[in-house]
Each structure stands twice: as structure tokens, then as C-alpha cells.
Design a protein around this ligand. Sequence first.
Ligand code: HEM
Length: 504
Amino acid sequence: MITSIVAVFAVILFLWNLKNLRKRVPPLPPGPRGLPVIGYLPFLGTHLHKTFTELAGVYGPIYKLWLGNKLCVVVSSPSLAKELVRDQDTIFANRDPPVAAMVLHGGKDIAWLPYGPEWRTLRKLFVSKMMSNASLDACYSMRKQEVKKIIRDVYNRSGKALDIGELSFSASINVIQNILWGCTLQGENTTINGTGVELRESFAELMVLLGAPNISDIFPMLSRFDIQGIAKRTKKIAIHFENMIDSAIQRSKNLAAIGGTANNDGKKDFLQILLELMEHEDGATSFTMAQLNGMLMDILVGGTDTTTTTVEWTMAELMQHPKVMKKVQEELTEVVGIDGSVEEFHLPKLQYLDAVVKETMRLHPPVPLLVPRSPSQSTIVSGYTIPKGSRIMLNVWAIHRDPQLWDNPLEFQPERFLNNSEKFDYLGNNFQYMPFGSGRRVCAGIPLAERMLMFLLASFLHSFEWKLPNDTKLDLSDKWGIVMKKLKPLVVIPTPRLSNSELY
Ligand code: HEM
């Protein structure tokens, strides 16, 4: 009798333990302790990507930190990146927009919308109507005209010290505006002499505001006090953009009323296509004015600052490595010819320049932590629980410099990307190299970015020799922002390189 009772108890105890074992939720990832209430906030420093890389050295490739009551998870290995953006992509394709993004356009844009039908419609529209090869080929003449305009500007100022970031910003913003609404709204003002400088400063400030740790994000109940003034400063910039977009919309509507198009060739620009779709809305493509605004702002902001920054970093690395610069120019002479100017059909043949751009984006990924993700449900990654709503940062900067993945990772060696174009492209299929992100939320503007980067750089490098002003020392330090820029602008002096002045 006693034996039977003990046996029954033992079985019950065993089943109870088994049930508990099954129910036990895996732990959160390890991570540093912060202070009560504010968590790790005071220790973040000014360079988030570097602080996060140092912490990975202590806690491993996946760790957590608390910023106030917001749980952040930082991931910095290719295999874990794959778990997030390939194996569990539908869960991690969600975003966690900061207050600054909400102030900018209510989060109603491709970059910040949560993963779902609204985001899918906008992204599909953008990719199919604006980023297809056919659409980009159709507006090549306009891209060419804008790049030529910049090259002529530079030629007219040969021998003077010029800011490379300003030059490439002028070209990028004009190209993007032309694709969006068929003209540059500031007209001549976005050339290197005009108020394009002011516009560029607004973009740069916005990137800092979007990337800054904000008390309002960490303690939503304090957001109405806007303690750091981030919402106020973002609103000011948003109004500037809204006015720009409003005048573009008004102009487009006026043109449509008289049956005209912004381009004299009768081709519709992106804004006209969108406005028409809005009027004849069907279920598949319907969207609101707020979404239209968000999408336009997204493209203006997301497309120009990243491209400008990459051009500046590439030129800086080339100034630092004259032998590489020489090889790039030799390739250009061979492919384009010293009596010709660069055309887009030359670009696929410029394999060494392509390797130089890839190597630059390895060392200086323009968006070092990508755009933060946020799981739409609680899930498990690498044996750790990742709760719904936590903020996930993929530290691409650390992955791109990991000595276990790259030989001499801190050295600028474009050769590592030569004859390797299949292994390393921009689509994020190789989780060791992801300057444009990966998965469903990979950058939506890659086709234009790739063409613009190569076209601008090839034109600058083919048309001019570049040198630093006397007594200037090149500084390759960076400055934190969601888009990471050079701390000091790159200022260089051009001298014409081509045989014939008519090529300028
Ligand atoms: C050098 C140039 C560029 C770089 C390095 C870059 C990088 C990125 C990165 C890292 C992301 C986030 C990806 C992720 O979360 O996995 C992103 C998103 C995005 N980019 Fe780019 N980008 C560039 C140029 C452009 C251009 C030219 C456009 C538009 C004309 C553009 C439009 C967008 C949009 C709309 C998104 C949001 C995608 C989404 O959330 O679905 N980007 N970009």
C-alpha cells in the first residue's frame, strides 16, 4: 500500500516537473546592467555603433540592454542576422518608429510603417513605378544632365577648394527631384553656390535626430515634455519639406489641369503617376495624402543623404590611398577614354571602381545599425527570448569589421571584392556584407543608389585630378547619426583631367 502511494506521488511529481520544464521560457539575452529606471542610457556615449561593438566583445553576438523601460537587443554576427532577416523575417520585418519619425510624417511611409498590407502597397508602388529598370532607363537623360551640370560647375571652379559632400548632394537631390516631379523646385539654388547648403544641413540634422537616443521614446509618458527638443527640431524640418512637397503637388495639379507634363517630352513623373492613381483609386493601390507625403519625404530624405555620404567616404578613402586612386583612373581611361565623358553604359565595365565602392561601404556602412526592427510577436533567437515590441539593432558596422570574417579588416583593400561580385552584392543575401540591409525591409532604392553612386564617382574621377589643400591633413573620423557621416567635410581641389574642354 505504502509502496503504491509513494509510486503514485513519484509519477505525479515527475509529470509536474516535466510540465514546468516545458513551460519554462528561455531567458532574455545577457547584457550589461544599467542604472535603476534609466538603464544603460547614460553609458551609450556619442558613437552608438562603437559602444555596441565594444559590448559585443563582452556579452557576445546577441545581448540586451535596457534604455529606460525599452528593451533593446543588439545583434552582430552573420548567423544571427540570418536568423532574424531570413529565417524569421516575417516577425522581424516590423519597425519601431521613434518619436522623430512620427513627427516627420506620422510614420506613414515605407521606411517606418509596420509590416503589413499598407507598407506592402506603398513599397510595391515605389519599386514598380520608380525603381524598375524601364523607369530608370527612361529618366537617364535627366540624370546625365544633372551630373553634367555638376561637372561643369566644378570645371568653372577648378583650382579652388570644394566640398565633395556639397557637390554630390546637389547632384543627388536634383536627380531625385527630377524623378519625383520632373524638375528641381529650387532651380539653380540647389547648385553648389545656392541655398542647397541649407537644405543639406536640414537633411543632416534630421539624420542625427532620427538616430539620437530620445527620452520621449524611452519613456513615452514624458514625450509631451520633449525634454531634448527633438520633436520640436524635427517639426521645423518637417514643415520645410512639407512646403516643398506641397508646391510640387500644386504644380503637378496645375499642369495636369492643362493636360501638360513637367517634362517637355510628355513623360509622366512619379508624382503625376501617384496623383492619378489616387484619383482612380482601386483596392490594390489606394493610398491617402498622408501616405503620399510620407512616401515622397522618404525618397527625398532616404535617397539623398545616404548617396551623398557614400560618395564623400569613397573620395576620402581614395585621397588616403593614391595608388588605388591611380588604378581607378587608369580603368576609367581604358573604359571611357580620355577624350570621352562617362555614360551609364560604361558603369558595368568599371569593376575596380565597383570594388572600391563596396570596400568603402564595408568600412563605412552609411546606415551602420540599419533601420531598427521590432518583432511583431515574442519569439526565440539562438535560445533567448526576444519579446514582442523590443527594439532590434543589427550592428552591420561590427560585422563588416569582424577579424573572424575579414582579413586585415581595418585596411582599405578593394581587391577583396574583385572577381567576387556574385558573393558580395547589395541585396543582403550574404549576411557578412549588408550595407543596404537584408530581407523584406532591404533598401527599396538599391537600383537608383547603385547607378547614382557609380555615375557620380566615375564622372568626378574621370573628369578631374583631385588634391588636398596645402597643410590639410585628411581626417577619417565619423559622426554618429542614423546615417553616419564624416566628422569633417572632405574639401579637395580639382584640376581638369580630360583632353578637351568641350567635354565639360
Ligand atoms: C548609398 C545609398 C543607400 C544606402 C546605403 C541605403 C541603405 C538603406 C538601409 C540600410 C535601409 C534599411 C534596410 C533594413 O532595415 O534592412 C534602407 C531602407 C530604405 N531605403 Fe535606402 N539606402 C540608399 C539609397 C536609397 C535611395 C536612393 C532610395 C530611394 C530613392 C532609398 C530608399 C529607401 C527606402 C524607401 C527604405 C525603406 C525600406 C523599407 O523599410 O521597406 N535608399 N536603405
